[in-house]
Write a protein that binds this ligand. Structure first.
Ligand SMILES: [Zn+2]
Ligand SMILES: [Zn+2]
Length: 280
């Protein structure tokens, strides 16, 4: 069975995240390891790390995923911004390794006018750079499929495949499948035929063994809109059936399935319960 959970806040320290998740019913959690709106992350002391690790165990959180800062653009055409992004992403790898987090989910990048292919090349090179800066870690870096809003790349399976192919360390790369993003990008996973077809395509182009994390979000915008607006499960254009199908898909048993739906924290408890009840 997949591990169900949601994104939880690290306010007042990362050590508070496991209890917060536990109270909502999480078996898995996603966190930012630093303030996602600042370039420099505050250092985490060994004492906080140890408390955090004890809390993870105490509250039976089975898997933790981190998400990179929204400021990072690993394909920025601006050399200054690109350098800042690479430095911040390298620090994200260091912090995640320090916290024993196995997966970092990140948005591949946006081309800002230079075009998809050039951006994919820069992202592959940025990942080489960051991986080489912290050679003694084994955190997996998960490219998140995007909605393709603005100049974001990563809205086609082929984009993700290209980044993996052009990177020197493909064994370190995997994929995070965000249901809202895939739907907004034009993958019609809502009906059963489209669902089967999409994951068949994923397997043909990328390989299902690279799929490590799901983000479960409904979409405020219709299929193919290329607009990234998450909605609470069953409230948007996707409905609930897709989520019932996912939590019972044997291919995805043992994967973390993380909610990132809007609203205050209480709605997460309700949605987590819906998903747990749906598991057979
Ligand atoms: Zn994301
Ligand atoms: Zn997501």
């Amino acid at each position: 069975m997949p591990y169900i959970g949601c994104h939880v806040s690290i306010s007042n320290g990362v050590k508070n995240a496991p209890l917060r998740g536990h109270k909502l019913g999480c078996e898995a959690i996603q966190i930012f390891t630093a303030n996602q709106m600042q370039w420099r992350g505050a250092p985490i002391s060994e004492k906080s790390r140890d408390t955090y690790l004890k809390e993870i165990e105490k509250h039976d959180i089975r898997i933790v995923v981190s998400h990179d800062s929204y400021l990072i653009n690993l394909s920025s055409p601006d050399p200054g911004k690109l350098a800042l992004s690479r430095k911040a992403f390298t620090e994200e790898i260091q912090r995640s390794a320090f916290l024993k987090i196995p997966y970092i989910v990140f948005h591949p990048g946006s081309h800002m006018g230079k075009g998809d292919d050039a951006a994919l090349q820069t992202i592959a090179e940025s990942l080489d750079y960051c991986i080489e800066k912290v050679p003694d870690t084994d955190v997996s870096l998960l490219l998140e499929i995007t909605a393709g809003q603005g100049s974001n790349v990563g809205y086609k399976f082929e984009h993700l495949r290209t980044i993996i192919d052009r990177n020197q360390y493909p064994s370190r790369l995997g994929i995070c499948f965000d249901t809202c993003h895939a739907f907004a990008a034009g993958y019609d996973i809502v009906n059963e035929v489209g669902y089967n077809d999409t994951f068949q395509k994923f397997d043909d182009i990328i390989g299902l063994d690279r799929l490590k994390v799901f983000h479960l979000n409904d979409s405020k915008k219709p299929l193919g809109s290329r607009v990234d607006r998450h909605h609470q499960l069953g409230e948007g254009f996707m409905g609930l059936d897709i989520f019932y199908r996912l939590v019972n898909d044997e291919r995805f048993a043992n994967l973390p399935m993380i909610l990132e739906t809007p609203g205050d924290e209480e709605h997460y408890a309700r949605e987590i319960q819906i998903l747990k009840d749906a598991r057979k």
